[in-house]
Design a protein around this ligand. Structure first.
Ligand SMILES: NC(=O)c1ccc[n+]([C@@H]2O[C@H](COP(=O)([O-])OP(=O)(O)OC[C@H]3O[C@@H](n4cnc5c(N)ncnc54)[C@H](O)[C@@H]3O)[C@@H](O)[C@H]2O)c1
Length: 326
């Protein structure tokens, strides 16, 4: 297979691309290496992918429509997986325009090139558990209402689902939205709790624990996520799933934030100094995914509890990342 993946220097895009390349597929990658977080991490991920001969990469932007057009015409991929986006909730308070630029205008460009592509290809794109906002019916299922996003980030992801629906309806393209739930693992994101806590605890600094630690997240290990995305790619190319679909892709376990901190304390051998904080604007209390729809569609079955996944992250952070940036 030849797969066009956007966001290949990002956390999930990197892991997906590496897995596809290891399986002998061709990957065309695109990323703008923006400085939202440490670009050394993006460069390091890129360097791993660049070792594969069947990886072809473009440093470019979703807003460069002619470039996207050219990639589709020149390479005729079998599927497009759009993972490039402006992530994060807090960043949107100061940089709202980035969410409209990359997540809305950029996403529109993706849909436009897919609908005009020389051959029909499926589009798989990243949505987010944040579309569930403050819903209190757990676990979250795809049938629940999602029109009350609590942040601009969540609103941009919901808008992707709506725009994708209209394009699938108008142009008969296949659009599959995957609602990711707090993805973590080696090569993860420095703006997310697991990384921030690990970094601060190793330095002996206090960690900020929001809502006094009364938060729950459906933490999903990266290898489980990648297995799910690959399952969706295979199914869309085979035609066993088509049209406009939305799937939760989580772990089906909602973990208390304090339990994550407890595992980290054990792994790092450091007692966390906690600065208990109120709930943050735009944040949600709890996420928990009902994954039965994706299970039925592609046999999605996550296998990694946080008790196994967190030690893998810590090992990577200590043994590979810290020495790499010394
Ligand atoms: N990681 C999670 O827990 C999580 C949860 C829900 C949704 N998501 C979504 O999954 C996708 C991947 O997330 P991630 O964790 O890998 O994030 P990430 O920030 O690590 O990766 C995104 C990549 O996209 C690139 N990018 C951003 N805007 C771009 C643009 N306009 N043109 C080209 N490249 C651009 C960035 O440089 C980055 O490398 C995103 O759409 C994100 O919103 C992630």
């Amino acid at each position: 297979m030849k797969i066009f993946v956007t966001g290949t220097s990002g956390f999930i895009g990197f892991h997906l691309a590496r897995r596809l390349l290891e399986e002998g597929h061709q990957v065309i990658g695109l990323d703008n290496f923006n400085p939202y977080y440490d670009t050394r991490l993006k460069e390091a991920r890129h360097a791993v992918l660049a070792k594969f001969q069947s990886f072809l990469s473009y440093r470019g932007d979703l807003c460069d429509r002619p470039l996207l057009d050219r990639i589709l015409v020149d390479h005729a991929p079998d599927a497009l997986v759009n993972l490039a986006a402006q992530a994060g909730v807090r960043y949107s308070f100061e940089h709202p325009e980035e969410y409209i630029r990359s997540n809305v205008t950029g996403f529109l460009n993706i849909l436009e090139v897919v609908r005009r592509a020389p051959t029909k290809i499926p589009l798989i794109y990243a949505s987010s558990s944040s579309v569930y906002g403050a819903n209190t019916q757990f676990p979250f299922s795809e049938d629940q209402p999602t029109e009350t996003p609590l942040s601009l980030y969540a609103a941009s992801k919901k808008s992707n689902e709506l725009i994708a629906h209209s394009y699938a309806n108008l142009y008969g393209i296949t659009t599959i939205g995957l609602r990711f739930f707090s993805v973590y693992g080696p090569w993860g994101r420095p703006d997310m709790a697991l990384w921030l806590f690990t970094e601060k605890m190793l330095r002996g600094e206090p960690i900020q624990v929001f809502n006094n630690g009364n938060m729950w997240r459906d933490f999903t290990y990266i290898d489980d996520i990648v297995a799910g995305i690959v399952g969706v790619i295979d199914a869309t190319i085979a035609g066993s799933i088509a049209g406009c679909q939305i799937y939760n892709i989580g772990n089906d376990q909602s973990e208390k934030l304090m339990d994550l901190i407890g595992i980290l304390e054990r792994e790092l051998g450091v007692k966390a100094k906690m600065e208990l904080m109120p709930m943050q604007d735009g944040d949600v209390l709890k996420t928990h995914a009902d994954i039965s729809r994706l299970q039925k569609a592609v046999g999605y079955a996550p296998t990694t509890p946080i008790s196994e996944g967190i030690p893998k992250f810590v090992k990577w952070y200590r043994d590979e990342w810290l020495p790499a940036i010394k």
